[in-house]
Unconditional design. Structure first.
Length: 202
């Protein structure tokens, strides 16, 4: 949870990687704004984002704008090849009644650790120093990593890595791709796949 930089008395949190605690089905990433009494004020539904295991969230100011940053950095099995930080503009207004809005990230920062996977559930932004600090979990002692804010890239609705790969394979005229798979192959979920890449591929 993090305090809003733009709205007094508002706090931001997220839905981790599931909406229904009784289900492991991955769903649309959501960022929630709540007031001091814990009442829901606004939900931001993020388009174009593939969510694996969200952990920390922070708020900060950069280039004259208030932003949220969400770390998709959880890795309980130490199995992911890379991780993503998502940057989202804070909305300018908060409606009087709870509502849901659709938005997209403005930037992302994809990164890898120098010596392989790590489970990271703590993150903070130091805008004065221009760095993002990430602290690993389940390690003795924990390790602290720093990423430059300047390394973030503009987000253009990139989709999942598998969707990007499929598009790249057929980019050249005359190339065709035949995909085999089904939504019951649980290994796809554990690999972080968006199953619609198989079930809705065109």
């Amino acid at each position: 949870m993090t305090q809003s930089q733009r709205h007094d008395g508002l706090f931001w949190t997220h839905n981790d990687n599931i909406n229904d605690p009784g289900s492991m089905q991955r769903v649309t990433p959501l960022v929630h704004g709540i007031d001091r009494q814990g009442h829901l004020r606004l939900t931001l539904e993020l388009e174009g984002v593939i969510q694996r295991d969200w952990e920390a969230i922070d708020s900060f100011r950069i280039d004259g704008r208030e932003q949220l940053i969400v770390a998709d950095s959880g890795d309980n099995r130490d199995s992911w090849p890379d991780y993503v930080l998502w940057f989202i503009d804070e909305p300018g207004d908060i409606p009087p009644r709870a509502t849901t809005r659709t938005t997209s990230p403005t930037h992302l920062l994809r990164f890898r650790y120098p010596d392989g996977p790590a489970d990271t559930e703590a993150m903070v932004v130091d805008p004065n120093d221009g760095r993002i600090l990430l602290l690993t979990k389940r390690e003795e002692p924990p390790r602290l990593f720093a990423l430059p804010l300047s390394a973030r890239e503009a987000f253009a609705g990139e989709g999942s890595p598998r969707v990007r790969l499929a598009r790249a394979l057929v980019r050249t005229p005359g190339r065709h791709l035949f995909a085999v798979g089904d939504d019951w192959q649980s290994i796809n979920r554990f690999a972080g796949a968006d199953l619609s890449a198989m079930t809705s591929f065109e």
